[in-house]
Design a protein around this ligand. Structure first.
Ligand code: HH2
Length: 259
């Protein structure tokens, strides 16, 4: 899954794709490099961010989606109105970092459209989530949360086979929490739904490499953790540097499939 942030302030690539032409060119390049889907988002969820009004989110995202009609697209939004418009324009998957807790109408929009949905774990909200994340056992707590949100989605009429689950790397988690979630990923895979991992360029990568103030991680570090996650059963890798990830993951798959 290639990441296309149509935002001025994303932690990883803020401003790079703010103009619709640049965003759609980047998205098409990612598909050409081997991404199976591109995740278009117009609201940064980086630590400290406070949200984007509906009209601004639509203004940013609609021209990009219009230019990508016919390509496999995921919409990274928590807003029902944005998701509805994106689905009308052919998006296949709604990637909701609030796991259907942010907008009470979103579950109904996904159910009515029969689209795919990704439900992600987050402790707290972006404005404050990195202040002091606390868990007794991060993996069990994230697993219980994802199971309950899956049950909520199915009760709202979303087909279970359309749901993927994401532990939400960096969303209310310390460096140790993020790495524990990857090490013990098989416990999340055991829920029985495809697991999405979005560790690409996140600050924990820079921090584990020795910079305690890092706000981003390198492409090489992103690829390293993506391969680890893939070997532990991750099904979708959300990444900015698509070519690097596709090459690394194809090689990792060749190893797993070798006689
Ligand atoms: N991470 C970000 C945004 N959306 N969605 C899922 N399912 N999983 C993630 O880990 C995830 C996500 C944050 O990364 P990015 O889009 O690069 O930055 P920003 O939120 O600042 O735009």
């Amino acid at each position: 899954m290639g990441v296309v942030n149509v935002t001025p302030d994303s932690f990883s690539d803020g401003g790079v794709h703010l103009y619709p032409e640049a965003a759609s060119t980047a998205a098409l390049a990612m598909l050409d490099e081997g991404a199976a889907i591109v995740d278009v988002g117009a609201e940064s969820t980086r630590p400290g961010s406070g949200g984007v009004p509906l009209d601004e989110e639509l203004r940013r995202v609609v021209p990009v989606l219009e230019s990508l009609v016919g390509s496999p697209v995921s919409i990274d939004t928590a807003k029902a109105d944005v998701a509805r418009r994106a689905l009308e324009l052919g998006a296949e998957l709604v990637n909701d970092v609030t796991a259907l807790r942010g907008d009470p109408e979103l579950a109904g929009v996904v159910a009515a459209a029969g689209s795919y949905v990704c439900l992600m774990h987050m402790q707290g909200e972006p404005r404050t989530m990195q202040a002091a994340p606390r868990y007794d056992d991060v993996v069990s707590e994230v697993k219980a949360f994802l199971e309950s949100r899956l049950a909520f989605a199915v009760a709202a009429g979303i087909l279970e086979k359309h749901v993927s689950l994401d532990p939400g790397i960096g969303f209310g988690k310390s460096v140790a929490h993020n790495f524990a979630l990857v090490r013990r990923l098989p416990e999340l895979v055991a829920i029985g739904r495809p697991v999405v991992i979005g560790f690409s360029r996140k600050s924990s990568l820079g921090r584990i490499l020795g910079d305690p103030t890092a706000s981003v991680g390198s492409a090489a570090a992103s690829v390293g953790v993506a391969v680890s996650a893939y070997e532990r059963g991750a099904w979708i890798i959300r990444a900015h540097d698509v070519r690097d990830h596709v090459e690394a993951l194809r090689v990792a798959r060749a190893v797993l499939e070798a006689p």
